[in-house]
Design a protein. Structure first.
Length: 408
């Protein structure tokens, strides 16, 4: 079975555009949550989010394509451009053996919200002819393949907030078993719009710290009150080890193991026993040929919701005890929904390569039900050989990835 390596990464998120900016933000514990600026949120119960600010997509993408695609596609193309440039791969050479799997939880929801408002106000004649292709979740994968002439396996995993975790796992699976030699994988999300905010707020999922946005995202803290909506993208270039070595690529990391399962419990609540999460972590370790002692760090899904954080912590405790460092990157960048797993995997690799685990500035009082070694308010120096990344989604979807340093 072939080994799967990472040769390129790209990221667009609320704490930075590009790996260099994000690494500095992780080191400096910058929080990307603030008051919503992209529209007037004064009539909404939640008026805070983690936006990507100051980004002009036309600096990266042809302006005609920008007009004909949704914001989530812009993010995906920008992150993919950075990842492919770092990998230095000639995708034309591997076109029919390259897979593209760019996930999303909700796709072109900003377009849907905007065009629906035009329809209600002005009628059908004012609806954009690009409405349908702009809102389709698979369009990030489709447009990326068109832009680069990639003709291999091409689709978009959709599993809510586990979606880009599935994209990474499935891309690695395609390479392992010979269906592809290269896989461009990740996720993108752009849902900071009135209707999604209203919907998540209605189900009591979002933090309502409207007067103090920087304090709103607080995974594992006893005073957490919900997640903060974020946006952005993370993309990785995966390759079969022999392909990367043959072309002289610089190998960044290795996808050593993965596992995917389901809770079969509830459409939005986690299984209170965390059995699916625990099983996914154990299976991912087994798939990687590693033991809990081989892992130094767990990058949690922990979104800052009252139930989810505790369930995940208890599952981690049963697998690892209190021997691994634990954090949630959502403390800084908010929750990128379908893009969260990929963006947080990029952040995890950056931490691994730079020998630290970032702190969580809002962890003022750790929940007494959380008995794992959660990193406090400051960064911790740590030599990471392998880390585990968890991602969970509405519908009971669980994904665990094991990422490690590459050793030939």
């Amino acid at each position: 079975m072939r080994r799967v390596v990472v040769t390129g990464m790209g990221i667009v998120c609320p704490i930075g555009v590009g790996k260099r900016a994000v690494l500095e933000a992780l080191k400096n514990l910058e929080i990307g949550v603030d008051f919503i600026t992209s529209f007037d949120a004064s009539n909404l119960p939640v008026r805070i989010a983690a936006e990507v600010k100051g980004l002009n997509p036309e600096e990266f993408i042809d302006k005609k394509l920008v007009r004909r695609t949704d914001r989530f596609v812009h993010f995906a193309l920008i992150a993919a451009k950075e990842a492919l440039e770092e990998s230095a791969i000639d995708v034309a050479k591997y076109s029919e053996r390259t897979a593209v799997l760019i996930a999303s939880g909700m796709g072109g929801f900003i377009t849907l919200d905007t065009e629906n408002n035009k329809f209600l106000q002005y009628g059908a004649s004012k609806v954009s002819p690009f409405l349908i292709p702009m809102l389709l979740i698979n369009m990030a994968s489709g447009i990326l393949s068109i832009e680069y002439g990639i003709k291999g396996v091409n689709f978009a995993p959709v599993s809510a907030c586990a979606a880009s975790g599935h994209a990474i796992a499935l891309g690695a699976m395609l390479i392992r078993h010979g269906y592809a030699d290269v896989a461009i994988v990740g996720g993108s999300e752009a849902t900071i719009a009135p209707l999604p905010i209203a919907g998540f707020a209605s189900m009591k999922a979002l933090s309502t710290r409207n007067e103090d946005p920087k304090k709103a995202s607080r995974p594992f803290d006893v005073d957490r009150d919900g997640f903060v909506m974020g946006e952005g993208a993370g993309v990785l270039v995966l390759e079969a080890e022999e392909v990367a070595k043959q072309r002289g690529a610089k190998i960044i990391a290795e996808v050593k193991g993965f596992a995917m399962n389901g809770d079969a419990y509830h459409m939005s609540a986690p299984d209170p026993n965390g059995e699916g999460a625990e099983k996914a972590m154990r299976m991912a370790l087994e798939d990687a040929g590693l033991t809990p002692e081989d892992i130094q760090y767990v990058s949690c899904h922990a979104t800052s919701t009252p139930a989810g954080d505790v369930v995940e912590a208890k599952a981690i405790e049963r697998v690892f005890g209190d021997k691994v460092l634990v954090n949630s990157t959502k403390a800084l960048m908010g929750h990128l929904l379908g893009a969260a797993a990929a963006a947080e995997t990029v952040a995890g690799i950056l931490q691994m390569l730079n020998n630290f685990v970032h702190g969580m500035p809002n962890l003022d009082n750790k929940d007494p039900e959380v008995n794992v070694n959660v990193v406090g308010k400051q960064n911790v120096e740590c030599k990471i050989e392998n880390f585990l990344k968890n991602s969970f989604g509405f519908g009971g979807h669980n994904v665990s990835l094991v990422i490690g340093r590459y050793k030939s």
